[in-house]
Structures are given as C-alpha cells and as structure tokens.
Ligand binder design. Structure first.
Ligand code: PA5
Length: 470
C-alpha cells in the first residue's frame, strides 16, 4: 500500500462515462495550471487583476517555505519560535483556551480530534505527558457555554496549582470578529482576576495570533503581550491551518508540526507535478464536479469512518461552503460519521433523493493494538456474538464500510474513497492540503473565486450595525 493519501472512484465507475469525463479531466488539469499560475501572480508583486481579487494563494507554498525557514534558521525561524512559545505555555498551564471562530478555530479542532487521545481532556496531567487540556470558545455567543467554562476554570481553583492553571490563545485574522472579541474580553478579565496578584503572569499567558494590522494587533501591542504570532496577508482564514492559527495549538498539544507540514508540502508537490492518475486532489475535483454537473449530485457527503475524523469533516464543510458557495452555485457539504449515522442519515442516503455523492474518508485498517470482540461462555451467548469473538474492531468497521458501499452500489448510488494509510501528523497534513488544493482547483474550474467570503462579511457588518443601533 502506498504511503500517500489515496483517492479511489472505482465504485463510481458506471457514472464516469468515458467521453464526458475525459473532457472534465482536461479542464481540471487546466484549472490546476491556473492555481499554480495564481501562486506566481501572488508572489510577483504585480497588481492583482480585479477579477482575481482577493487572491489568497499563500497557503499553497507555505508548508514548504516554513520548513525551509526552519532548516535555515533553526530556533529563530517562525516554526522554532512557535515551538518554543508552545513549550513554555504548556509547561505553565493545564488548560489552553483557544478563542476563535471559523477558519480561526476549525483547523485546530480537526487536528486535536484526529491526533490526540480521544479522551485527552479527561486524562490526568501525567497521562497526558504534561500536555494541557484544550477548550474552545469565541466560536459562538452563548451565555450558558461561556459561564459554564468560566465556572469550570475558576470556581474553587488555585492559580498556584499547575492542575488549575490556564492560559489563552486568541486567534482572529481580522482582529475584529465580534464573537472572538467578546470572548477575549470576558476570558481576559477572568484570567487577570485569576492571577490577580501577578499581573505579569497573566500577560505572558495570553498569546494572540492575528493579522499584521487590526484591532487585536493594536490591543496586543498596547497590552505588551510578549509573543504575538502573525497570520500572513495572503492566506485566507479557512486556508490558515498551517499558519500559527493551527500550528501553535497543535504544538502546545504535542503534535509533531514538522511532520504535519511535511505531509502538506509533499501534497503540494504531488499536486503540482503528478499525473492525473497519481494526483488525489485532481481526481477528487474531477469526479466530484462531474457527478455534480452530469448526475445532479450536488450534496457532498464526507462520510467519515470512526470518531476521530469528524472534526476534519466539519473543517471541510467550512472550506467548501465558504469557498464555492457563491453566485448561486456551489455543492453543499455535509459531514457524516459512521457507523453512527448509518442509524440516522443512512436510510436517506440509501433511498432518499438522488442528490448525494458519498466520499468515504477512512484510515487503512490496522489491527495492531486493536480492541477485539470478547468471547463469552456458551451460557452467556444470548447476543450471539461468539461467532465473531476475537475479531478486531477495525475488521468490524471495515465490514460495515464494505457492506454500506455494496448496498449503495446495488441501487446505483456512487461512492468514492479517500484513504489515509495511517492516522498521524504527516497524513493529516497531507489530507488537509489536498482538500484545500482541490477546493481552489474546483473554484477555478467553475470560474468562481474560491478566496474571500463576501456573504460572511455582510452578516458581520449587519450584526454590528444592529447592535450599535445604526
Ligand atoms: O475563512 C474565513 O476567512 C472566515 O471563515 C474566518 O476564518 C472567520 O470569519 C473568522 O475570521 P477572523 O479570523 O478574522 O476572526
């Protein structure tokens, strides 16, 4: 089995009629050329033509650039500084609050859920190897959730005890997003009260991640936070997981950020250079697009298998929806988690409106260390499970996947597969980059600018106007 993330559309072969599909493949290759040319345009320093604005192609070369910077400058590089700040932060607190919304939150959540222990927050510090717990806020305006978290981190807690100590990573590219700004004000005040007798301590336990200009940048300078990490101008929010937006929380969590970036850098290289048949980003784009325009499958279900990939699906929901949901077009993303959703959405996917493309996202089966179905004495076999005794749960999950694919194939519903050889930082880095590259390629194919999110900006403006009584 290849060591790379793999895409397969074998189960959709009947729908990929040669004539039309060949044409789509050619168009997708041309769209790739445009995406690559966009990088050169963005780097050229030349004015960006109006029809290309905004052009946030900076995410494409970023992983390779960060790794090269690390090789050249070591600890002084951006990655070196992120790792140093993360280590210092992790040594001083037992809970990290990540305040952010949308692209300033979904990536860190995806990395956390995919790569950390499934019950990370419930484990004692020693079992977490000294890695802090993680809580997210600033991704809503929910009084109950905020007061619940404030209660959890302050009531009866002692700032001298490592197990009670907490700090804030506040993330906003624009620096002006209301949800995050309100949460930051609330939790900053709580933090300053918590470390009341030591104002300097509270100051160094806040790490802002923000754009080069904006309200959060201004505030951070004024407040004198010792470290503030940048979000580069040419990288859009939902494409920013490989900036400090995702990398700083990941490094605090002990995730190997170098491997994450290596996976992403290799994915970019393969996107640029590999033929269609070895290029998962192009294959995914071509097949999904073809099935949408030729077969009306305009709902893209990312059907994740196992619990740890769900947040990657939610991250992808945002990526696809905000990038291509424009000009009254764009497929609708939907994340499923199986086998859970086979007992809820599965019925509709099997027999409901024929408008869904199911892409299975799963990790290649690995039975090492897996839990197995226990055997029971004959007196206790009322559940009739002894016939499966000894089978590893990955085999049971695989049987469910194959059985579901077969059921869909039997009623002529296409499925495709995105397969991770392993669940580790390298392959998650590759997967996220592949999905970002596929999204911008599809944008160029559809003649929709995948960058920018004018609709989101409208709601932000309206909400602020309503609150100000304007
Ligand atoms: O993709 C995007 O740019 C948006 O979804 C943003 O990530 C989101 O609106 C949060 O914006 P900010 O980071 O400026 O607070």
């Amino acid at each position: 089995m290849s060591n790379q993330v793999r895409y397969s559309a074998t189960a959709a072969a009947a729908q990929l009629q040669a004539g039309h599909f060949d044409h789509v493949r050619e168009n997708v290759l041309a769209a790739r050329d445009e995406v690559i040319a966009d990088v050169a345009l963005a780097n050229s320093g030349e004015p960006i033509p109006k029809e290309k604005q905004p052009l946030d192609a900076g995410f494409i070369e970023l992983p390779q650039d960060l790794l090269a910077d690390l090789d050249a400058q070591g600890g002084d590089s951006l990655l070196g500084r992120i790792q140093t700040a993360a280590n210092a932060f992790a040594a001083q607190v037992d809970r990290m609050l990540v305040l952010g919304i949308g692209g300033s939150y979904m990536g860190a959540r995806a990395l956390f859920e995919a790569l950390c222990h499934p019950y990370h927050n419930e484990l004692p510090r020693a079992q977490r190897n000294g890695v802090p717990r993680l809580s997210f806020e600033g991704n809503n305006v929910d009084s109950d959730a905020v007061s619940g978290l404030l209660d959890l981190i302050t009531t009866g807690k002692n700032s001298a005890e490592i197990s009670d100590r907490w700090g804030i990573v506040v993330i906003s590219k624009s620096g002006g997003t209301l949800e995050t700004a309100v949460a930051f004000r609330l939790f900053r005040e709580a933090l300053e009260n918590f470390y009341g007798n030591n104002a300097a301590e509270a100051t160094q336990l806040v790490i802002p991640v923000t754009g080069e200009t904006g309200k959060l940048r201004d505030f951070s300078k004024q407040r004198g936070y010792p470290v503030t990490f940048p979000i580069p101008d040419g990288v859009g929010g939902r494409f920013s997981v490989f900036t400090a937006v995702g990398l700083l929380p990941a490094a605090v969590l002990g995730i190997d950020i170098r491997q994450l970036l290596q996976g992403a850098a290799d994915a970019t290289e393969s996107f640029r250079t590999a033929d269609y048949d070895d290029n998962p980003a192009l294959q995914y784009t071509a097949v999904s697009h073809h099935l949408e325009v030729e077969h009306g499958l305009n709902i893209r279900v990312l059907s994740t298998w196992g619990k740890r990939l769900e947040a990657i699906g939610l991250w992808y929901d945002q990526l696809l929806a905000e990038s291509l949901g424009k000009d009254n077009r764009g497929a609708t993303p939907l994340t499923g988690v199986n086998t859970r959703d086979l007992h809820s959405r599965g019925q509709q996917h099997q027999e409901g409106t024929l408008d869904k493309l199911i892409t299975n996202l799963y990790v290649a089966r690995d039975d090492s260390g897996a839990v197995r179905v226990p055997s029971a004495g004959d007196d206790w076999n009322q559940d009739d499970l002894n016939k499966y005794a000894g089978k590893p749960l990955p085999e049971v999950l695989e049987a469910a996947l194959q059985g579901t694919n077969q059921a869909y194939a039997d009623v002529n519903r296409p499925t495709t597969d995105l397969v991770l050889p392993k669940l580790d930082a390298y392959h998650i880095g590759a997967l996220l980059q592949i999905l970002m590259l596929a999204t911008v390629t599809e944008g160029r194919l559809l003649k929709i600018n995948p960058y920018g999110q004018p609709g989101v900006e409208d709601y932000k403006r309206n909400m602020n106007a309503i609150l100000s009584g304007d």
